[in-house]
Design a protein around this ligand. Structure first.
Ligand code: TRP
Length: 350
């Protein structure tokens, strides 16, 4: 049975959404709406996997969940045609994660670079949830039997793990899946990452070798989605560059991480390739390029910031969107859970 193509992706409500989240993920979420049924999830359960001092406590979590929802909508996601909801409202995510916990292997999770980075040196002190994070992520995707997952470059390894889990589940329970009448024995699809566009990895404005990050001490290193026009323009003008003029060809960006990053941002925001951008600005000084980039950033981002501000001012409206989205998500997830329980052999009310 071929799987119906369906898109799922998630963003953590951990505060300070920035240009990296926008270009690396959200822009693709918006685009996928034209061709697929899409489910976009604010993953509040993932958000609590680090210490409460990191995620900021209950009031912060609630605020950030609404803010990510507002960003989705302000960026152009249509919550009526597609589904926008927060993870914790659909219990199927946690339930399927438990089954997957018993499919995934310690060794697989031990290799996850994001865990190693986030846990740091003191691994004994990391939460079990942080270690298990990629299993919950696999459950997020597969409880909808989603086939395509737009994500940033850094999530590629987690997607591979989702495929491994789907495949091992299909193998371990192959007979049971076939007994259900599913003759090819494939219950879960192997979800594919969609990593496209010229700026899937947006780097810090202060250091082109580091990823743009919400946790960088310098606010000038990133453009927050909530920054106003003046702040955006100022940060672009202050962005680190090198003394050379811009190259005329893409090859000339090699070993020039800051130039490469700014050209990539320009390309992504204008829907052009880096080569095209360099055809226009190559050979020129950074100052004029930066003026054009600042203007472009403001044109594209300031309206989103404005719309987000308007939306978060009405939390009742945002919560209603999340509740409606969860109801529609739950209908799909519940169906997968029924079938999964039958496949595993759990007794349930019929
Ligand atoms: N781990 C993702 C990130 O930090 C967020 C996420 C959670 C996600 N569940 C997901 C992304 C499922 C895609 C699909 O970016």
């Amino acid at each position: 049975m071929p799987f119906v193509e369906r898109v799922f992706s998630g963003v953590q409500p951990t505060g300070n959404l920035h240009l990296g989240n926008y270009l690396g993920a959200i822009v693709n979420f918006v685009k996928m709406q034209e061709t697929h049924n899409c489910i976009y999830c604010v993953v509040d359960m993932h958000a609590i996997t680090q210490g409460v001092d990191v995620w900021g406590g209950p009031a912060e979590l609630t605020r950030n969940t609404r803010e990510v929802t507002a960003a989705f909508i302000a960026a152009g996601i249509d919550p009526k045609k597609h589904i926008v909801f927060n993870q914790s409202q659909v219990s199927g995510h946690a339930e399927l994660a438990w089954i997957f916990n018993c499919v995934a292997r310690m060794g697989w999770l031990g290799r996850m670079t994001q865990f190693k980075e986030k846990a740091g040196k003191d691994r004994e002190n990391a939460s079990v949830g942080l270690f298990d994070y990629p299993v919950l992520m696999a459950a997020d995707i597969l409880v909808y039997r989603a086939t395509h997952v737009p994500v940033g470059e850094d999530q590629k390894q987690h997607l591979e793990l989702s495929r491994d889990i789907a495949q091992k589940f299909n193998n371990d329970f192959g007979d049971s899946i076939r007994a259900q009448g599913n003759n090819d024995g494939l219950f879960f699809p192997l979800p594919e990452p969609l990593i496209t566009g010229p700026a899937t990895r947006v780097m810090s404005l202060r250091d082109g070798t580091k990823k743009m990050s919400k946790s960088d001490a310098s606010d000038n290193s990133r453009i927050n989605l909530t920054d106003d026009a003046d702040t955006i323009a100022q940060k672009i003008r202050k962005a680190k560059t090198d003394p050379e003029p811009l190259p005329t060809e893409e090859k000339g960006l090699e070993a020039r991480p800051e130039a490469d990053n700014l050209v990539g941002i320009f390309a992504a925001l204008s829907g052009r390739s880096k080569a095209e951008v360099l055809r226009e600005f190559g050979g020129g000084q950074f100052s004029s390029f930066k003026n054009a980039l600042a203007e472009l950033c403001v044109t594209k981002l300031a309206p989103i910031a404005g719309e987000m501000k308007r939306l978060v001012a009405d939390p009742g409206h945002i919560d209603a969107i999340l509740i409606d989205g969860s109801d529609r998500a739950r209908a799909i997830a519940d169906e997968t859970m029924k079938l999964s329980k039958d496949i595993v052999g759990f007794i349930r009310r019929r």
